[in-house]
Design a protein around this ligand. Structure first.
Ligand code: ADP
Length: 433
């Protein structure tokens, strides 16, 4: 606004300077004559001074100041040979001034100064400013109202989520955060709910495991207590009976040791503390287990045979492979009747090393098949206990296999008996590198 005002004013001054440009000297008369031709109605005041700054022509409405000296900065600047202008806004009006020198043969013979006092545009601008202020105030009120409403809704949701978190932390695992919508808070609530689902499942499994484990440990301990009580309370107990009882105590202690060993093994598997994997040839491990189990099988009158292919290498720790083969073969012998046959086969196909242990025992009832890999699950508790089982062998096998990317499955053979199939991913010599 200031810029355009000073520019138009300077233009008007140039026109006036032009009309005075033919004069060799400025006097009140010749200036008045020259200025009469110039039509400048928009301007509030036009001043023409001579080279000394004395006013020769003045259009001020309240009476000209002809004869006086003009001390405006712009006029002083013009008399020094420069174009000068200035525009400012004060008390509801634009005050703009522009001045230029009048030259005759490169001599400054005077100056023309124009002054404009504009309230019209100032009023327009002030109206606009007022409107903007009112509009801003309305927008501010609306924004403040909206943000109060939105933040209320948000804090309500966060409050509900917080309550749910606190409830779950206090142990109410069945509590869920009820937050609908598709915003981030609702998404966090959904994630929290699925996390709680998992927590509830894990917590349930943990409780079941602890209760099963305590139960398993309680049985041999109760037997030991009973046996020691019998020894202590029977008067004149003979040596043979004492020996028999102490040998029973020894067996129960052995059972306790077996259970704790299996439990420790499972804990290690859970915490992921596994032996360092290496490329292991399964055949020598299988042969070692066979040598060990042959004696047990012979004692039971079970025929134990195996067929194996060369070059069955997998990425695992030797101990784990031993454990898996041992547990499966031990079960097959354990659950076979005298005169039974257990066949073990080891081969590789489709990038997998497959170990199969088949027996011709009683097999596993179809409804129990999906559950035999669960911890402490046994089809026939009494039979398993009598055979020295802990109910943890197969879950150790499954966890060990899964940790190395393998699988294990159980099935019944059409001709009778059970068959267990364990598959490891096949590993080449360079796989470890
Ligand atoms: P356990 O120490 O009782 O043998 P496992 O986890 O090794 O525990 O096996 C779980 C259950 O699966 C056993 O109690 C048994 O009922 C059943 N089972 C395992 N292997 C065989 C098999 N070869 N034949 C029949 N039943 C089996």
């Amino acid at each position: 606004m200031f810029h355009s005002k000073t520019a138009t004013l300077q233009n008007s001054v140039s026109v006036m300077v032009y009309s005075l440009s033919g004069l060799d000297q400025l006097t009140e008369e010749n200036v008045a004559a020259a200025m009469a031709v110039v039509e400048e109605t928009n301007l509030s005041r036009i001043l023409v001074t001579n080279a000394a700054g004395r006013i020769l022509y003045d259009t001020r409405e309240t009476g000209g100041a002809v004869g006086e000296y003009c001390l405006y900065t712009e006029v002083v600047q013009a008399l020094l040979g420069n174009d000068a202008n200035n525009s400012s806004y004060r008390r509801g009006a634009f005050h703009s001034r522009a001045a230029s020198p009048v030259l005759y043969r490169n001599q400054i013979i005077g100056a023309v100064c124009a002054y404009e006092y504009d309230t019209e545009q100032a009023a327009l601008l002030e109206g606009l400013q007022g409107n903007l202020l009112r509009l801003s105030a309305v927008i501010a009120v609306v924004v403040a109202g909206l943000s109060v409403i939105l933040s209320r809704a948000l804090t309500q949701k966060i409050g509900r989520l917080l309550t749910a978190i606190r409830q779950v932390r206090a142990g109410a695992y069945s509590h869920r955060a009820d937050i609908r919508g598709a915003d981030e808070i609702a998404q966090i609530a959904q994630e929290f709910n699925s996390l709680t689902d998992r927590l509830q499942t894990t917590e349930g499994a943990r409780r079941r495991f602890v209760s099963d484990a305590s139960h398993e440990l309680k049985t041999p301990l109760a037997a030991i207590r009973l046996l020691t009580d019998s020894i202590l309370q029977t008067e004149d107990i003979d040596l043979d009976t004492t020996r028999e009882f102490v040998s029973d105590i020894g067996q129960e202690a052995e059972r306790l040791a077996r259970i704790t060993e299996d439990l420790l093994r499972l804990t290690r598997l859970d915490s992921g503390a596994m032996g360092k994997p290496e490329v292991v040839d399964v055949l020598p491990v299988l042969e070692q287990v066979m040598r060990m189990m042959n004696l047990v099988a012979q004692e039971k009158g079970v025929e134990l045979t195996y067929a194996a292919a060369e070059g069955c290498t997998v990425l695992a720790a030797k101990d784990e492979i031993h454990q898996v083969i041992y547990n499966l073969v031990d079960n097959a012998v354990k659950y076979s009747a005298a005169g039974g046959a257990v066949q073990v086969s080891l081969r590789w196909r489709n990038e997998q090393v497959v170990l199969q242990v088949a027996d011709n025992g009683a097999g596993i009832p179809e409804e129990d098949l999906p559950r035999i890999f669960q911890r402490f699950y046994r089809v026939d508790k009494a039979r398993s206990r009598a055979a020295g089982g802990t109910g943890l062998g197969l879950s150790i096998v499954r966890d060990t296999m899964e940790k190395r990317g393998g699988t294990v499955e159980a099935a019944n053979r059409p001709e009778g008996g059970a068959v267990f199939t364990a598959c490891w991913p096949y590993a080449r010599g360079g796989d470890l590198a």
